[in-house]
Write a protein that binds this ligand. Structure first.
Ligand SMILES: Nc1ncnc2c1ncn2[C@@H]1O[C@H](COP(=O)(O)OP(=O)(O)OP(=O)(O)O)[C@@H](O)[C@H]1O
Ligand SMILES: [Mg+2]
Length: 232
């Protein structure tokens, strides 16, 4: 369980202060599928970055199970991130001079208990593309490689910032089906930032942000599968 209490984040650029997060209070239960919605600049990425230790809070506490993340040193946070957290971004961040299999291997090498690469390749539907290079793949295929890479180290929680932002509907739904499977079959906690309100139909919990605050938290009584969500 992730517990966020009184979290504030202020960016200082020269004389200018930007309040990116204001008094955030939030609990993310293990095994839930969480969607974060909100207009551009509302603080979604900042929230994800402070939860995952990619950025520091200005004040407040974040705990993950028994670990108080906001008390960890940068070195301890790096180790925690390596052992527990997976990331998927709009940009796939694949290494262009490595094959599909080698890109996934990079994630596996970070872990003491990696998932088998053959199984991951099969899960993301890229077994026959294992020896291809990123430039030989479509955007959707590249995103599936980046998902396999983030899963290969067997993270507890997967953070996704606009994972379908560069993809068309068909490819997006394939990616979302993967995230759904990850959540349902592997019991991973999945947190997805998106501008696409349709994706919120898949969520257990939907968080709406505006101007650095959580303005609404709703729980879906029934979830739709990735295949059945409305698109737009
Ligand atoms: N490194 C930074 N330095 C200064 N200000 C920043 C920094 N990162 C974000 N901000 C500011 O913090 C606010 C929240 O930004 P954030 O990136 O969290 O928004 P977002 O909801 O993810 O937007 P988008 O949907 O466009 O990705 C914005 O006003 C942004 O300009
Ligand atoms: Mg963002």
């Amino acid at each position: 369980m992730i517990h966020i209490e009184h979290v504030n984040k202020i960016y200082k650029t020269g004389e200018i202060e930007t309040v990116a997060l204001k008094e955030i209070e939030l609990t993310i239960q293990d095994g839930t599928f969480v969607v974060i919605l909100g207009p551009s600049g509302s603080g979604k990425s900042t929230l994800l970055n402070v939860i995952s230790g990619l950025d520091t809070v200005t004040s407040g506490t974040i705990t993950f199970g028994d670990t108080v993340l906001t008390d960890l040193s940068p070195e301890q946070m790096t180790a925690f991130r390596r052992d527990h957290l997976g990331f998927i971004f709009q940009q796939y961040n694949l290494l262009q001079n490595l094959t599909v299999q080698e890109n996934i291997q990079i994630g596996a090498d970070l872990s003491d208990c990696p998932l088998p690469i053959d199984e991951l390749l099969e899960q993301v539907g890229l077994t026959s593309a294992r020896d291809k290079y990123p430039y030989q793949l479509s955007g959707g295929e590249q995103q599936r490689v980046s998902i396999a890479r983030s899963l290969s180290k067997n993270p507890t929680i997967v953070f996704c910032d606009e994972p379908t932002g560069s993809l068309d509907e068909d490819n997006s739904k394939r990616v979302l089906e993967l995230l759904e499977r990850l959540n349902k079959e592997y019991g991973k906690t999945v947190v997805v930032i998106t501008h696409n309100t349709g994706i919120s139909e898949m969520a257990d919990d939907v968080i709406k942000m505006n101007s650095g605050r959580i303005i609404e938290l709703t729980r879906n009584p029934t979830k739709r599968s990735a295949r059945d969500i409305h698109w737009g």
